[in-house]
Write a protein that binds this ligand. Sequence first.
Ligand SMILES: [Fe+2]
Ligand SMILES: [Fe+2]
Length: 335
Amino acid sequence: MTQTTSSPSLASVPSPEDAAGQENFDRLIAEDSRIEPRDWMPQAYRKSLTRQVSQHAHSEIIGMQPEANWITRAPSLKRKAILMAKVQDEAGHGLYLYSAAETLGTPRDVLNDQLLEGKAKYSSIFNYPARTWADMGAIGWLVDGAAICNQVPLCRASYGPYGRAMVRICKEESFHQRQGWEILFELSHGTPEQKQMAQDAVNRTYGPALQMFGPPDADSPNSQQSMAWKVKRFSNDELRQRFVDMIVPQAEALGLTLPDPDLKWNEERGHYDFGPLDWDEFTDVIKGNGPMNAQRMARRIQAHEEGAWVREAAAAYARRQAEQHVPADTQLIGA
Ligand SMILES: [Fe+2]
Ligand SMILES: [Fe+2]
């Protein structure tokens, strides 16, 4: 947009560059091709994706906390090693996603500040406590399971760096879901107390996991635009239904029940019907009033402050490498 005009009527006329850019953008979207960082893109697309990808990154990083709390209390060395690997994967997911978000033009420290200052959202599911070891099973099976349902279609998101990050993330999420399922399977085939612990964790996680797909379609005004841009491929309700259809037979195989009296197969629809979810609670948790919001944020801020020396050392190292004219990557590979 040129700055030479102040007339409202002329200001709304796109510059030749913008018009050509829009045309190219529309063609790439229509062809189901990819938008790459150097391509022209509408401001609204850039803004919406920056918000989505950074919120996703924040969720991965905050999502480390409920499980990291259980690393020291894992019931065996094997379980501890698996849980550590899983939590470490989530840190990696955060890093890929912050990198993808940065390609849209907002530096990572700005995105991080938005989280630390409470201006950015992350998935509401992580504002619930992980009370027992069985929660590691329920989180893996249901939370990572819902993440997979949500994220597999995102591998085809129109923004290239986001879609490519999702490919690797989804592979790791499927390992996470299996490890969760396996924890629950072992507990549900253990002592009556262990089975009860598994059932209790599933009872507490089921509703919030279904809410991970976002509000009902009628209350999700941004979804339409996101689908038109081919970032989102299915609506919130479609993905939620897909998830319910997936977990009902898995719950049967586990020998556990899902806490919904309305859950039953609908022959006509070819899907499971399920009962209403508590959207008032969802809104309340998103607003910051969930049982763990304050603690999650306090821990995140504390970790950030304690990591200051690492960031300073990395910056000093990069400066020294630049002064010596040695590409930093070469040095790191040789280190
Ligand atoms: Fe993840
Ligand atoms: Fe995961």
